[in-house]
Design a protein around this ligand. Structure first.
Ligand code: ADP
Ligand code: MG
Length: 455
């Protein structure tokens, strides 16, 4: 057996850092080498979520690093028992498909989504406090817990932190996290395979069921029906249910009344867009997680420039990190201005402006601007208006409220309804899809033209 020491780990991590910096996580430093037998290097990590993440997402990086760094080593395996020759942790399932650590095989949580990494501010305080309370006392604090808020504001982060902390606090709890689409797919598969009773048995045996993006349930008749029964069965048995959505229960279009009233019967907590101070704190925290030294003026600059959602803030940090690596220069204000200053695009998406979208719609459908923004509901006007709102939502960073404002002072539920309608119709209506593709070409073409004038 080859001897293992921490130098080995340093070498391995140095290789990964060099090979693909974005794959590195600060907690990789907690990994300990156990032994190296027959070309297999065994590494120990004392945390089920991290172990699973390593197995699912990092094996290739570690294998490559080990092969390149040590002669005779072919693969790396991860274990959670610190014994030489420890069993391969393939998570032999115990009865009911559960692993010894209380959660299921197909459930992947991000190791970064912990309460420790979640920055609390006035905008998310209630949702955070309720999440912590639920993970301390599942089913006794708030049931159901329903968290709603815009895109990229931390809903998934909180839901996953609840799972992770509940596993730590209550190792025997049966926990399952999935997206609403995941639930619906599994349901439809079960219907097709004729295995509905085992699907029901499984979903009704969880102690903590966490379903992300429950607004996707709208209009899905049979799935909604199934979810309703799953919900009732868990609720009546005193099990904890946690849900997230992009809108409060009453504003989810096409949701049955009986589900709305169930969602409202526990705690409904909103996450608002983060204020400036919260954004600065989040930027600092993200930099710390990535081992980046970010001067205060850079953090303030990013926070001032990006006020919509945290995913974009992360995109800006990634872009900045990349620029600093390419240019071999420190992360400073000049670089930040280059990365996210005027005329640059964060996240690489085509950020169009709403005015341009409105112009493209009126000219494409040959409409008067006054009609497009009016209260008229004739189909020939209402459809182009919905398309405009859909494109604005897809290609700009404006909130539902703001988009509603641009399109003749409509409220956010109207915009949300428009976005969903077009999104759903697009897949089944070839003509609409063609119109959208043409409009997107026009818009993106204009944008490239404008950008080339700026350079
Ligand atoms: P949502 O599910 O609401 O669309 P996510 O939970 O996926 O948003 O959050 C987007 C990103 O922003 C994630 O990487 C998450 O870790 C981060 N994030 C969101 N809110 C916070 C916060 N308060 N503190 C730290 N990171 C956050
Ligand atoms: Mg999410």
């Amino acid at each position: 057996m080859a001897t293992c020491n921490m130098n080995m780990m340093e070498k391995l991590l140095a290789f990964i850092r060099e090979d693909d910096p974005s794959a590195c996580r600060h907690w990789f430093e907690d990994i300990q080498p156990v032994d190296c037998v027959d070309g297999v290097l065994t590494l120990f990590i004392d945390e089920p979520v991290r172990l699973k993440y390593l197995e699912r997402c990092c094996s290739e990086h570690f294998n490559k690093a080990a092969r390149s760094s040590f002669k005779g080593v072919e693969t790396v395996r991860f274990v959670d028992e610190h014994k030489p020759g420890a069993r391969l942790v393939e998570h032999e399932t115990t009865s009911g498909g559960f692993t010894h650590s209380g959660f299921e095989e197909d459930m992947l949580l991000s190791p970064n989504h912990t309460f420790d990494n979640f920055v609390v501010g006035p905008d998310n305080r209630l949702a955070h406090a309720a999440s912590v309370a639920v993970s301390k006392k599942p089913a006794l604090a708030y049931n159901p817990l329903f968290i709603h808020g815009g895109v990229g504001l931390g809903k998934t982060h909180l839901l996953q932190a609840i799972c992770r902390t509940s596993i730590e606090n209550h190792p025997s709890l049966r926990i399952y996290y999935t997206s609403c689409n995941g639930f619906m797919t599994q349901f439809l598969d079960a219907v097709q395979e004729g295995s509905l009773s085992s699907f029901r048995h499984r979903f009704r045996s969880y102690d903590l069921l966490v379903i992300d993006d429950i607004h996707d349930l709208s209009k899905r008749g049979p799935s909604q029906e199934e979810f309703f029964h799953t919900f009732n069965s868990l609720y009546q048995a005193g099990r904890q249910i946690v849900l997230s959505s992009d809108a409060p229960p009453n504003d989810i279009p096409d949701l049955e009344e009986r589900l709305i009233s169930r969602f409202n019967c526990g705690l409904v907590a909103n996450i608002e867009r983060p204020c400036y101070e919260t954004r600065v704190a989040i930027i600092r925290s993200k930099a710390r997680i990535r081992n980046l030294t970010l001067p205060d003026d850079v953090a303030s600059y990013i926070a001032a420039k990006i006020d919509s959602n945290i995913r974009e803030i992360e995109g800006a940090i990634t872009k900045l990190e990349g620029l600093s690596l390419i240019n071999n220069s420190p992360l400073n204000l000049a670089l930040a201005k280059k990365a996210i200053g005027e005329g640059s695009r964060v996240g690489g998406e085509n950020q169009l402006n709403i005015q341009g979208i409105i112009e493209a719609i009126t000219s494409y459908f040959d409409l008067k601007l006054a009609d497009l923004l009016s209260k008229r509901r004739n189909k020939s006007i209402a459809l182009p208006r919905q398309i405009g709102m859909y494109l604005a939502r897809k290609h700009t960073r404006f909130s539902l409220e703001e988009i509603g404002g641009y399109f003749g002072g409509r409220d956010h539920t109207t915009v949300m309804h428009a976005v969903r309608t077009i999104d759903q119709r697009r897949s089944s209506d070839a003509r609409l899809d063609k119109d959208l593709i043409r409009l997107e070409e026009v818009l993106i073409g204009n944008e490239i033209e404008t950008a080339s004038h700026l350079v």
